[in-house]
Design a binder for this molecule. Sequence first.
Ligand SMILES: [Zn+2]
Length: 96
Amino acid sequence: MSAPARRRSSKAPLWEPGLIPAPGGLLDWRDGKYFDRWQDLPCVLCGAPTPMRSHYGEPAHKVCPEEWITANSVEARLGRFASDVQPQRKRDDDHA
Ligand SMILES: [Zn+2]
């Protein structure tokens, strides 16, 4: 008896994706929806267990898609991995 997978069709995103980071950029996966607290699954990119999920429900450490996007910048534009939708920026004086 295996736990029911909550995976839907791989073509339907689980939620609306935001921007695709530029190669070398970072994903914004701060929202809790990227975190599956029920189980770790093997990352689709490195194979190590991770609780993180993409908007397609693919298990992936945040850093793995970031590296994948950098290495596959053309395919990345298709939107396999994307940042969270940003509400409106409240401040422009980001002194990072
Ligand atoms: Zn990984």
